[in-house]
Design a protein around this ligand. Structure first.
Ligand code: AMP
Length: 189
């Protein structure tokens, strides 16, 4: 089952996904982490991605789609995949529907918090692409390109909203509840 983690940068998707993966043996796939590894390794892909990431822009869809499709194809059939940071645009969301095995897209967890909370968290984490200017640009890109996915997944009946200005454990409980509800659903006949 594939669960998408949707929400603005800084909302805590990565923290929640890592914790849930560790506790329940699920697979956490963060496209941001994959890209940062490519950048550190100095690969051709990393060199191409770096300029986009430094500006707070999205890396081109084609690059991202092949990166994720490859990994989905390699997954054991009964695994639970937490997809963190992908899709981030409508073309990516459509490509995911095409790449995912039929019926495997089970959930889109939509993490929400106010812009003030998001900015404070991003500034606090002190990563190189987290200067105020870049943060504000990333939030603007999120609103314009990624937020339409909320309606996309709501239309498909997959969206579950999680208020994320709360303690990590309280949020984690909601994540577990939402994923478990999908896993425990009887298979359609
Ligand atoms: P993240 O750690 O998820 O915030 O990602 C860090 C940066 O990697 C983003 O600001 C983007 O430049 C890039 N990135 C990560 N995932 C994607 C994606 N699905 N599509 C385009 N760019 C991405």
């Amino acid at each position: 089952m594939i669960s998408i983690l949707l929400g603005a940068p800084g909302v805590g998707k990565g923290t929640q996904a890592a914790l849930a993966a560790e506790r329940h043996g699920w697979t956490h796939l963060s496209t941001g982490d994959l890209l940062r590894e490519e950048v550190s390794a100095g690969s051709a892909l990393g060199q191409e991605a770096k300029a986009f990431m430094d500006r707070g822009d999205l890396v081109p869809d084609q690059v991202m789609v092949s990166m994720v499709a490859e990994r989905i194809a390699a997954l054991p059939k009964d695994s639970v995949l937490l997809l963190d940071g992908f899709p981030r645009s409508l073309p990516q969301a459509r490509a995911l529907e095409a790449a995912a095995p039929s019926g495997s897209l089970g959930l889109a967890l939509y993490f929400t918090a106010s812009d003030e909370v998001l900015t404070a968290r991003l500034l606090g984490r002190g990563r190189k692409d987290d200067t105020l200017e870049v943060i504000q640009h990333r939030l603007a890109v999120y609103r314009e390109t990624t937020e339409p996915l909320v309606a996309f997944y709501r239309d498909r009946g997959l969206l579950r909203e999680i208020e994320s200005d709360r303690e990590v454990d309280a949020i984690q409980e909601d994540v577990l509840g939402a994923v478990s509800a999908v896993l425990e659903r009887p298979e359609p006949a």
